[in-house]
Design a protein around this ligand. Structure first.
Ligand code: ADP
Length: 244
């Protein structure tokens, strides 16, 4: 086993929308081999932090490094090329395309397309759909899929990029329990293969089960960070959740 090294280094990041301080001096460093759960009350800045890592926003302050390289000033599509993939709270699929077409959308697969023939890309897409047990939907229009199936499709599409780090935003919300179990299993398998994850979820029992480390945001600030079983019992975390 190789020693863990720093995968992602979020350093003193602040970001405001008008008068709202969505992220307030957040620092968070993640080593390779970690599966980071990110929790916090509604509006605490979790999605904004994923968006900041994914370079959807320009930071007001701070910097973000990925595998030793500064990434917060890269053009958006370079983030994917660096090895960071992302899914969204409400899955973003192309509703009028088939599931397979969604997997092969140029732009998402530009880097892969440069290295592989269309036949190889098609095969990879089919393999990933099978891996997530949605291959029976290969030729279905994505708009006909359930919300949970769309999340699996988005996850499969993220894997087309051969990412090193995957950011999952509420992957289990509104997902049928069977699909959720499948997703959990697959996340575990992928993590075993060397892909690291940041998972945002309101589903505390699931996130405790899944994560090797838990970070908590409240009002744009990081209020706790550490082993899940320790963090969940910290007073500040209980207060933030119960609002007392
Ligand atoms: P969470 O994911 O923890 O629910 P968010 O990151 O979505 O929280 O939001 C943090 C704060 O920033 C909230 O007050 C939210 O209303 C605000 N916010 C998030 N995105 C935007 C945006 N694009 N424009 C304006 N305000 C935003």
């Amino acid at each position: 086993m190789t020693a863990a090294s720093t995968l992602l280094d979020i350093h003193d990041v602040s970001l405001a929308f008008g008068g709202i301080q969505a992220l307030d001096d957040v620092s968070l460093s993640m080593a390779t081999g970690e599966l980071l759960g990110l929790i916090g009350p509604n509006g605490s800045g979790k999605t904004t932090l994923l968006n900041a890592i994914g370079n959807l926003y320009t930071l007001d302050r701070g910097r973000i490094d990925f595998l030793g390289q500064r990434i917060d000033r890269l053009p958006l599509h370079d983030i994917a090329l660096q090895g960071i993939a992302r899914t969204f709270q409400v899955a973003r699929v192309f509703r009028r395309m088939t599931v397979l077409e969604n997997m092969l959308v140029p732009g998402y697969t530009a880097n892969e397309a440069a290295q592989h023939t269309p036949g190889e890309l098609g095969q990879r897409a089919r393999d990933l759909l099978r891996f997530l047990d949605i291959d029976q939907l290969t030729h279905e229009q994505a708009g006909n899929l359930s919300g949970g199936q769309q999340k699996l499709l988005e996850f499969a599409r993220a894997l087309m990029l051969r990412p090193r780090l995957i950011l999952l935003d509420e992957p289990f919300a509104g997902v049928h329990p069977l699909l959720k179990e499948r997703m959990l299993e697959r996340i575990g398998e992928l993590h075993g293969q060397g892909i690291d994850f940041i998972v945002v979820s309101h589903d505390l029992p699931t996130i405790l089960r899944l994560s090797s480390r838990l970070a908590v945001l409240a009002n744009g600030r990081k209020i706790a960070d550490g082993p899940p079983e320790e963090v969940r019992h910290q007073e500040a975390v209980i207060e933030a959740y119960l609002g007392v």
